[in-house]
Write a protein that binds this ligand. Structure first.
Ligand SMILES: Nc1ncnc2c1ncn2[C@@H]1O[C@H](COP(=O)(O)OP(=O)(O)OP(=O)(O)O)[C@@H](O)[C@H]1O
Ligand SMILES: [Mg+2]
Length: 389
């Protein structure tokens, strides 16, 4: 059970704030800075316990961090600094090494690992090939492509396949985790990200949950997200890399395209709908996820049931995993008893398998429920008609 610490934290915050005020009056710079940071830290903790006011607390935390960063100015307002000091090379290198160590992934996904989505795959292959080929300067490939659609339909998979097929450097960035973990520094991380991407080209930059940065919902968006977004938009405009032939393709994904504002949409003129699998796609996804096993089932019928239930690719994968487990348990009844054997012994034995049957799939169908409804799908389709391209 979670323990509610918000009251305790609030008291600690009030105390830290009072101490900060005193240090400020007494012009004790070091203490004031430390106390401002303490306030920020406590607010971040409070954000964790209070989902409804999370954003507000995070924004307040960021203000305190700014106070701490500029404590000299806060204590002596007469010393007006007109322009922000330029970041030192050391600082830039720090962010670049953060990017290299945390945001790069190796992708082994190939196009054949993706079921269905034939046209989408073709379009992405074409984009990549155009970017790589020698061509007249008037022909500019897309710098950014937006992938939208329900959860679990293969957006991340497609981005990985782009990188995997090109053997490109793959940067996998979840917008919300950068803003929440690296708050005040998220925009510096974005600049560093693109600098490293250009250095290690060809590169695919995958920005997942891009909606987290833009939300039109009017529910107030944190300063960190705003700054991260504006740096990202500048990078997408490509002024840093004008005329260069290096391939740095940004793929952004969202489950809620209607939350994106005009500033973002205009940078992604290519918007691709990644729908739920149809029957043929469902069949392919089942085959991909049961590779190496025989299927004693009516595949068309199983695929049809997946479509009727609004299953995503992820649901179908889970269905297959469930069926495989049911088969393994059935033919290896004493599996758990072997848990006491040493690893060396286990390596000598072979797992028994048999073809998958309808009954194996039946259990999975009972358990796996898609949260999607016809109305959800219609909403995607309407958006696609209006804004897709
Ligand atoms: N078209 C597909 N072909 C094969 N497998 C798929 C497909 N779509 C989804 N899957 C399976 O589902 C898993 C989840 O897919 P993926 O992570 O690409 O979904 P997503 O669209 O990025 O979802 P989210 O919006 O939740 O991030 C994949 O790892 C894969 O196993
Ligand atoms: Mg994803």
């Amino acid at each position: 059970m979670d323990v509610d610490l918000s009251g305790v934290l609030l008291n600690q915050f009030k105390k830290a704030k009072k101490e900060y005020e005193r240090a400020k009056r007494e012009k004790k710079e070091m203490v004031a800075r430390r106390k401002a940071l303490e306030c920020a830290k406590l607010l971040r903790e409070m954000a964790k316990y209070n989902r409804y006011n999370e954003r507000m607390y995070l924004e307040m935390a960021e203000k305190w961090e700014l106070v701490a960063d500029n404590i000299g100015e806060v204590l002596n307002p007469s010393k007006v600094i007109t322009s922000k000091p330029k970041e030192s090379q050391e600082e830039v290198d720090k962010f670049k090494s953060f990017v290299r160590n945390n945001l790069i992934q190796r992708s082994k996904i190939k196009w054949e690992d993706i079921g269905g989505l034939k046209e989408v795959k073709q379009l992405m292959m074409e984009t990549i090939v155009i970017s790589a080929l020698q061509r007249p300067t008037s022909i500019q490939p897309w710098r950014g492509i937006l992938l939208f659609g329900p959860p679990g339909t293969g957006k991340t998979l497609l981005a990985s396949a782009c990188a995997g097929s090109l053997d490109a450097t793959f940067f996998n960035v979840k917008a919300s985790s950068v803003t929440s973990k690296y708050f005040g520094e998220s925009s510096k991380i974005v600049s560093a990200l693109y600098e490293v991407a250009r250095e290690l080209h060809p590169s695919i930059v995958f920005i997942d949950e891009i909606d987290a940065l833009t939300m039109k919902r009017g529910e107030g968006i944190s300063e960190a997200s705003r700054r991260m977004l504006s740096t990202l938009l500048t990078e997408l405009d490509g002024f840093q890399d004008k005329g260069s032939d290096r391939l740095v393709l940004t793929l952004a994904a969202t489950n809620t395209p209607w939350d994106l504002d005009e500033a973002v949409l205009s940078r992604f003129p290519r918007r691709i709908y990644i729908p739920l699998p149809d029957r043929e796609a469902a069949k392919e996804i089942i085959k991909i996820n049961t590779r190496g096993l025989k299927l004693n089932v009516n595949l068309d019928e199983i695929a049809e049931r997946c479509v009727e239930r609004y299953y995503s690719g992820r649901d179908i994968k889970n269905l297959c995993q469930g069926a495989i487990w049911s088969m393994i348990r059935d033919v290896n009844r004493d599996l758990y008893k072997m848990a006491n054997l040493p690893y060396r012994e286990l390596r000598k034995r072979k797992l028994k398998v048999r073809p998958l049957t309808e009954e194996d799939f039946e259990e999975g169908f009972k358990k796996i429920k898609s949260p999607l409804t016809k109305r959800d799908i219609e909403r995607y389709e309407r958006w696609w008609e209006e804004f897709g391209g």
